[in-house]
Write a protein that binds this ligand. Structure first.
Ligand SMILES: [Zn+2]
Length: 349
């Protein structure tokens, strides 16, 4: 069972101290998922009391105005010593450059996330919209949205909308690093599938886990295939990453990026694994006939999808199909238009 020690999340500009010196704050997001949780950890550097920030919020004027309020009210005008970003997605890295310039604090990030933030901001390394659009077309997206390619061309890059620059220097975090923040030791673990080298932070002494987007209490994390890794198997990476949590106690207090702070780590991991196994089983049942990712959206998603959600949904559908394909329970072929079709392998169900 999951338990939630706090009935309500902090309101805009307010905070909740979830452990001594660990503050939960929230920032708004302009999406259906309308908020992100950020963490302020009391820290000491060179004898000066200040703060480490974990994740920065979407790069909007609204978020920056709330930060200004937190600097004074929550952080009592004390200095920021460090900005940790768990991964490169806009709601996490969006205000990193602004905070870096505003406070002078260094950015801490894993190498792949730092490089990915720059690549996404610069449309480099295959992070551009066209590259993913091509992938989605090869998975049949035009069958459900005939105008998809044309609509993509006219939209501005979503990443740049939420990220006003990325710092040009950083401190590299690596799997297994121990970071001292205040009087606590936090162990870095890297997890995969949602982002290329997502960092989570675990404090064993106080049983605290900053889980980023890897373990969320209510929604399941987006795990998708994107244009620059067209044959990737991110769902396997995502599920395998849960092994990193196996030694953590079940009563660990989990500080997730979305939803409320909760306990029940292993229950939640079991639920998430089951959720994906159920979807894989539904998918396999639907693959008696060859189908493209676009054909199975209705199997995986019961609700209707707007254009923004469609991009994530098809990426997620490809991820589930690739899991079956890489495992050998489904085969892959291309039809005359070059669209990939997946079918249940003989004798597999
Ligand atoms: Zn994310």
């Amino acid at each position: 069972m999951l338990t939630y020690p706090y009935e309500n999340p902090p309101a805009d500009g307010e905070s909740i101290e979830v452990a001594p010196g660990v503050f939960w704050i929230r920032m708004p997001l302009p999406f259906a998922l309308d908020h992100i949780n950020l963490w302020l950890l009391r820290d000491v550097k060179d004898g000066i009391v200040g703060w480490t920030i974990v994740d920065t919020g979407y790069g909007s004027a609204e978020t920056r105005a709330l930060w200004e309020r937190h600097f004074v009210e929550t952080m009592q005008s004390q200095p920021v010593h460090r900005i940790i970003v768990t991964h490169y997605h806009p709601d996490h890295v969006g205000c990193a450059n602004w905070l870096h310039e505003r406070t002078g604090a260094p950015l801490w990030m894993t190498a792949t996330e730092f490089m990915s933030a720059h690549a996404a901001a610069d449309d480099a390394a295959g992070f551009d919209r066209d590259n993913s659009a091509k992938l989605f077309v090869s998975h049949g997206i035009a069958r459900v949205r005939p105008d998809f390619a044309a609509a993509q061309a006219t939209r501005t890059a979503a990443f740049k909308r939420g990220v006003a620059g990325v710092p040009r220097q950083y401190h590299r975090m690596m799997d297994g690093d121990d970071i001292e923040i205040g009087r606590r030791q936090w162990r870095v673990s890297t997890v995969f599938g949602h982002a290329p080298e997502h960092a989570v932070l675990f404090c064993a002494a106080d049983k605290l886990l900053i889980s980023g987007d890897q373990v969320l209490p209510r929604i399941s994390t987006n795990v998708g295939v994107w244009g620059n890794q067209p044959e990737a198997n991110p769902l396997k990476q995502f599920l395998d990453s849960f092994d990193k949590f196996s030694a953590m106690p079940d009563d660990t207090l989990i500080l997730p990026s979305h939803g409320r702070v909760f306990r029940g780590l292993h229950t939640r991991i079991a639920e998430l694994k089951q959720h994906h196994q159920d979807r894989l089983a539904d998918l396999l049942a639907a693959l008696a006939e060859p189908k493209a990712a676009a054909d199975v959206l209705g199997v995986l998603f019961k609700r209707s999808l707007d254009d923004h959600q469609l991009v994530f949904a098809i990426g997620e559908a490809i991820a589930h199909l690739h899991y079956l394909w890489h495992r050998g329970t489904a085969t892959r072929a291309q039809d005359r238009e070059g669209v990939y079709l997946f079918q249940r392998a003989a004798g597999k169900l």
